[in-house]
Design a protein around this ligand. Structure first.
Ligand code: OGA
Ligand code: FE2
Length: 536
């Protein structure tokens, strides 16, 4: 990612609308709204340019019409015309000065203002990497939320306010990005969609021959020789001279003939294969699949019997003087690990303050690289985050106190409040918040031990997607603005609770704001004493 630091400058009387580092637009909605404003400014500037160009053309037209009439009369009777002394003078004047002025007018560049605006703003535009990132996010969403290509292309997503569809050209572009990633599965889906939209009569500059070229290759790569041949045939009907397609066709025919021969000698081996695949274990689901299912709201592992033991209550923080008269609403979200949700626990005003404090500092969230011990960015954590200290604002300090009161844990040893913003496609794949035994140095600098518990505020609703899911136990927690969830990452013995493995699902529509507090072991010795058993 080209990392360009750009600060607010006044140039050509134009105040640049934002001053953030240019990096990873697609990871947060905050920076993208600035782009919308930039684009709006550019449209205004473009319209000014059109007006200037139109008025110039209008002047030229008037001149041409006037001269048209005049030369008409003059050429009909040149001598008579010039017999009038005024006409003679005017001809001299026209040719000596007026045509020159017109020449200057024709040559005059009206695009100055627009072009200089454009040049300035372009420094802040997304680059190829941003575009690829946004495309990949779209493909990721397609997988996670099981969206079929047509639905996505027609913009039929749940919870959308502004419907938007993809053109055949857009689909082709997505297919090409998948292709450069050697992701032939998505290449096929999107090239097929582009073709479908063209077949349905969409007017487009996308070229069927190009699309078929990519499509047949993607299909071939996935092993469907017959379909690859059929597509290549279609390509050759449109462009019989296409060299690569002709070459491929010959190659496909050769492979096909060879396969037929091989099949003749061993007909029953195919049967065997089919039976074997049937035996694939149905229960075994790799974590990725579990995670994606939970994100879609499928695969919840709660029984009615256990559900009955989940309650809601008013909670006074164990007779905390600040909550005796005004206890807070608490709901059990899950039993094992115990996850509780607090309702109306952060006000809209507080949320606004926290967001405003965080916005100018949002940068791509980092994770610990266990090999180097350093912080780096990772594709599995796509969001922007910032840290807020209790010292910088009474609101942050009040929030910290609230967490201390309601968890009964000391927040003086906690990390600062982390604010995170996930844009469309933003996610955090399954992880533990605590450090495992094989990474004893993870929180060494803090000197306050491991992350004993997590407090997570939901500071926005999310139109679609964006749940917090726990794949080990099959739990999904949906964001609800103004609420917070809390769970312990460690057993009282200090052992890590592996059932707390969790993830932030990609945002499908809208954007997600959270803030979280990671509480640490030190200071909790008497607040949450050790028990005799290790894993309870
Ligand atoms: C985290 C995390 C969950 C979420 O930041 O560690 O797990 O839903 N966040 O944002
Ligand atoms: Fe987490």
């Amino acid at each position: 990612m080209a990392f360009k630091m750009m600060w607010c400058t006044v140039a050509l009387g134009l105040l640049l609308p934002f001053s953030y580092a240019h990096t990873d637009f697609f990871t947060s909605i905050g920076h993208m709204t600035d782009l919308i404003n930039t684009e709006k400014d550019l449209v205004v500037s473009l319209k000014d340019y059109i007006k200037a160009e139109e008025s110039k053309l209008e002047q030229i037209k008037k001149w041409a019409e006037k001269l048209d009439q005049l030369t008409d009369t003059a050429t009909k009777d040149p001598e008579g015309f010039l017999g009038h002394p005024v006409n003679a003078f005017k001809l001299m004047k026209r040719l000596n000065t007026e045509w020159g002025e017109l020449e200057s007018l024709v040559l005059k560049d009206m695009s100055d203002g627009f072009i200089s605006n454009m040049t300035i703003q372009r420094q802040f535009f997304p680059n190829d990497e941003d575009q690829t990132g946004a495309a990949k996010a779209l493909l990721r969403l397609q997988d996670t939320y099981n969206l079929d290509t047509d639905t996505l292309s027609r913009g039929n997503l749940p919870g959308v306010k502004h419907k938007s569809f993809l053109t055949a050209e857009d689909c082709f572009e997505l297919g090409k990005i998948a292709y450069t990633e050697a992701d032939y599965y998505h290449t096929e889906l999107w090239m097929e969609q582009a073709l479908k939209q063209l077949d349905e009569g969409e007017v487009s500059s996308a070229d069927k021959v190009y699309i078929l070229d990519y499509l047949s290759y993607a299909v071939y790569q996935q092993g469907d020789l017959r379909k690859a041949m059929m597509l290549t045939k279609r390509l050759l009907e449109l462009d019989p001279e296409h060299q690569r397609a002709n070459g491929n066709m010959k190659y496909f025919e050769y492979i096909m003939a060879k396969e037929k021969e091989a099949n003749k000698s061993s007909t029953d081996s195919e049967d065997h294969l089919e039976k074997e695949t049937e035996f694939k274990k149905k229960d075994y689901l790799p974590e990725r699949r579990k995670y994606e299912m939970l994100c879609r709201g499928e695969g919840l592992k709660m029984t009615p019997r256990r559900q009955k033991r989940l309650f809601c209550r008013y909670y006074d923080g164990n007779r905390n003087p600040r909550y005796i008269l005004g206890p807070v609403k608490q709901e059990d979200e899950w039993d094992k690990p115990r996850i509780v949700r607090f309702l109306d626990i952060i006000s809209d005003e507080e949320i606004e303050t926290v967001k405003e404090l965080a916005k100018p500092r949002l940068s791509r969230a980092t994770v610990h690289d266990p090999e180097t011990g350093k912080l780096t960015t990772a594709h599995y954590r796509v969001s922007k985050s910032a840290w807020l200290s209790g010292y910088e604002s009474p609101v942050v300090s009040r929030i910290n106190t609230r967490i201390q009161d309601l968890t009964g844990l000391d927040v003086s040893t906690a990390e600062e409040l982390q604010v995170a913003n996930y844009g469309v496609g933003g996610q955090y794949e399954p992880h533990f918040d605590f450090a495992r035994k094989d990474e004893p140095d993870a929180f060494k600098e803090l000197g306050t031990g491991n992350r004993i518990a997590t407090w997570l505020f939901y500071m926005s609703d999310v139109s679609a997607g964006g749940a917090t899911v726990f794949p080990e136990v099959g739990a999904s927690v949906w964001p609800r603005k103004g609420t917070a969830v809390f769970w312990y990452n460690l057993f009282p013995s200090g052992e890590g609770d592996y059932s707390t493995r969790h993830a932030a699902c990609p945002v499908l529509v809208g954007n997600k704001w959270v803030s979280n507090k990671w509480l640490h072991e030190r200071g909790q010795e008497f607040r949450r004493p050790c028990t005799l058993s290790e894993l309870e």
